[in-house]
Design a protein around this ligand. Structure first.
Ligand SMILES: [Zn+2]
Length: 304
């Protein structure tokens, strides 16, 4: 079923072995997939809807590696029915079954029913019950000294990972996407403080190129990467500041959710309230823990 398709002008070649295969600048629902061609083995990381639409990749694909189990990163899996699929063991349930994927999002029953159809119809979700788990530090040797190393970067999901391609010096950071939207940690499977620790880990990794699944695409050199990472991480502090400012007056939790920390007031995304609820909870929990906010009566909060 899968076939070798030519490179397109929108593909970015990074040295001899690596290419970022993208479309529409990685804007959701599209994304940038990373193709790594070794002497013995080729892997495709995060096959996007664009890969599905192309019906293949510009090289035979022996294995698929997933940064995490989200619909947009798995849309092209069905194009490669014979390629083993690998993901971090904490995200395997979302690769192995649709029920598992929906559990990771944690939507209300009404939204779950709607989004299941979207995942199937628009993202071509293909269950892979045979998917294999990997862990931080695991390596895939592709021959000729080329290797892909797993870097566990949890927070966006529990099993979210980056991949470091050496000796070429390409670090695929997946949904540490350096966007102006900022880090997304609004799913059942997300965690704010894990995300912050993952950002700290990204800072330590010295690469020649940094590749994101969305938006930025390629950042060249560590200095530019750290500048982009600073701006990306600053969004977390901005959300927390917005919450603290709002709590200058006593508020209950529904008021906080309605005030919105993540999406702009006019944004009409189906799951906005669920994302806002989890994001606000995560910030509120630590502000309470750190004594910056007090619960002045049950369910009512005010900044200290
Ligand atoms: Zn994601």
């Amino acid at each position: 079923m899968s076939s070798v398709t030519p490179f397109l002008d929108s593909d970015l070649r990074l040295g001899r072995a690596v290419a970022l295969i993208g479309a529409e600048e990685g804007k959701y629902p599209a994304g940038n997939s990373l193709l790594v061609v070794g002497a013995d083995t080729s892997v495709l990381i995060d096959p996007s809807v664009s890969v599905f639409d192309r019906g293949g990749a510009p090289a035979p694909v022996d294995r698929i590696l997933l940064s995490h189990a989200h619909e947009d990163h798995m849309a092209g899996i069905g194009v490669f029915p014979d390629a083993p699929v690998h993901a971090h063991h904490e995200d395997l349930l979302g690769v192995r079954s649709l029920d598992g994927l929906m559990e990771m999002y944690g939507m209300t029953p009404e939204h779950d029913a709607i989004f299941r159809d979207v995942v199937l119809d628009e993202f071509h979700f293909t269950e892979r019950p045979d998917a294999c788990g990997f862990a931080d530090g695991d390596r895939f040797d592709l021959g000729g000294g080329l290797r892909v190393e797993v870097v566990h970067l949890p927070g966006h999901t529990r099993g979210h990972c980056g991949f470091l391609v050496e000796p070429d010096g390409v670090f695929f950071v997946a949904d540490v996407d350096l966007s102006s939207f900022g880090p997304y940690y609004g799913d059942h499977w997300s965690d704010l403080e894990d995300f912050e620790a993952a950002l700290a880990r990204c800072r330590e990794i010295d690469a020649r190129w940094y590749a994101t699944f969305h938006h930025k695409g390629i950042v060249e050199g560590r200095a530019e990467f750290l500048t982009a990472l600073d701006a990306f991480e600053a969004v977390i502090a901005r959300r927390e500041r917005r919450l603290l400012d709002f709590l200058a007056e006593p508020r209950d939790f529904p008021e906080i959710v309605a005030h919105r920390l993540v999406y702009r007031p006019g944004v009409d995304i189906m799951w906005a309230d669920e994302t806002e609820t989890r994001t606000a909870q995560r910030h509120l929990v630590r502000l309470l823990r750190d004594g910056q906010v007090h619960e002045i009566e049950p369910g009512r909060y005010r900044a200290a």
